[in-house]
Design a protein around this ligand. Structure first.
Ligand code: GLC
Length: 426
């Protein structure tokens, strides 16, 4: 890419971020996702930090203004009324003043906090704002271990596929089969009016998404009860790695702010998590796998969820094996990283999280590979990511075989990641 290309793409990415900016929060894209999403916002803040530090902090602060009293940070905040999205506030019925969903999403906030804190040019503002966010993020992390790891195993479970952020991954298929669909209220999907139904989750999956929401709503969204009452409890290695990395990064910020107690607690959480993560390693696949907590067995589904752990401080040999899986993919795909192993017959190049490339995931993995010294494969992923942008613009996700743009267009987190990638590539 020439310097002119880079500067053109840099400016286009900022344009997308500004276009989706609603003042104090950013929507993922117009139409399809008209509210604030949890992990989207944290990625967005990383992008905004490249051109407006103050705005980047605000993005995260707005998210944490809607933290629940028990510590949970919801996956959607419905700041405005919009019929274009389903399921809306009525279906969730969480009873919050500003309506929110009742489930959570991958905790990128710990990582994002450290990034904003360390990069901010205005040190006084950064210290003040980090000091205010620190206890909130810690409260969220404590909530995870108390409510999603009730047996103290060191790893947390997701109770709904949407919590993983990888909505229809093949990882959930088996466990999802046990979720009933009887008795759910009739509904009309909205997502398929904005995007090609062939690229979206199926009706059978949607019925189960809704059954779980209605089930949890029936329990009054009491997080102390949800885990044990859920027929779907999956330990996702990627999700846990993000949490572990978050604990480590939170500890670094806490230390810099003189909060040794917070730092120690979070180092301890991360160490326990890293040790427990080893139980999810599969030698056969050369990567981690999800654990079905209901049956106690590993789920034979080699997806991106098992590669994301390179984002946490896993052993070097594991990082090298993950690098090899990606190199192997690169020999048969035009663009990496596919969200599911392309050699698996269940792989679908265009269907959402069952095959396509997502730049936020590429970003987490590039960061981890670089930290592990796997520079060659990191460069390969970086090249794919920038090629996709040049070829197909700021799409929600991409077909790894052709690079075709899929899902929503002018997508916020893709634009934010491009700003990050251009920086890494420089
Ligand atoms: C989809 C994605 C999820 C994301 C949301 C908003 O539901 O699967 O990860 O947070 O869209 O972009």
């Amino acid at each position: 890419m020439t310097p002119e290309d880079k500067s053109r793409i840099f400016n286009l990415a900022i344009e997308v971020l500004k276009e989706n900016d609603r003042g104090a929060y950013t929507v993922p894209t117009k139409g399809l996702y008209p509210f604030q999403w949890n992990w989207d916002s944290c990625f967005t803040a990383l992008g905004q930090a490249h051109f407006d530090e103050d705005r980047a902090w605000t993005e995260m602060e707005t998210l944490f203004e809607h933290q629940w009293p028990d510590g949970m940070v919801p996956h959607i905040i419905f700041h405005v009324h919009d019929d274009g999205y389903f399921p809306g506030p009525d279906v969730w019925g969480t009873g919050r003043a500003t309506p929110t969903s009742g489930i959570t999403q991958p905790p990128i906030a710990g990582f994002a906090l450290r990034q904003l804190f360390e990069r901010s040019a205005d040190r006084t503002a950064a210290e003040r704002r980090a000091r205010a966010l620190l206890p909130k993020i810690e409260k969220w992390f404590a909530w995870f271990y108390a409510n999603r790891d009730p047996q103290g195993q060191g790893l947390v479970a997701i109770l709904h596929p949407w919590e993983a952020g990888r909505d229809n991954s093949i990882d959930w298929d088996e466990a999802f089969d046990r979720v009933p669909t009887e008795g759910i209220a009739p509904y009309t999907r909205r997502d398929t009016q904005h995007a090609d139904p062939a690229h979206r989750p199926t009706k059978a999956q949607y019925d189960r998404y809704l059954w779980l929401v209605e089930h949890f709503r029936g329990l009054g969204w009491d997080n102390a009860r949800l885990h044990d009452a859920s027929p779907f409890q999956v330990v996702d290695p990627g999700f846990n790695a993000i949490l572990i990395r978050g604990c480590q990064d939170l500890a670094v910020v806490a230390e810099a702010l003189g909060r040794a107690d917070t730092a120690a607690r979070n180092r301890n959480r991360a160490a326990r998590g890293l040790a427990a993560l080893e139980n999810l390693w599969s030698d056969r696949h050369g990567q981690y796998l999800c654990l079905d907590r209901i049956t106690g067995t590993l789920i034979d589904s080699p997806s991106i969820g098992g590669l994301i752990p390179v984002f946490a401080a896993i052993p070097k040999s594991r990082a090298a094996a993950i690098g090899q899986v990606i190199q192997q993919q690169a020999t048969r795909l035009k663009y990496v990283i596919a969200s599911h192993d392309p050699d698996d017959p269940r792989f679908e190049a265009k269907r959402y999280w069952r095959g396509p490339v997502w730049l936020v995931v590429n970003y987490l993995i590039v960061d981890g590979l670089l930290a592990a010294g796997e520079t060659e494969v990191a460069a390969r992923v970086l090249r794919s990511s920038l090629d996709l942008i040049e070829q197909s613009g700021f799409a929600e996700y991409y077909d790894p075989l052709t690079g075709a743009p899929c899902g929503g267009g002018r997508f916020t987190w893709t634009a934010a990641m491009v700003l990050e990638f251009l920086d890494i590539a420089a």
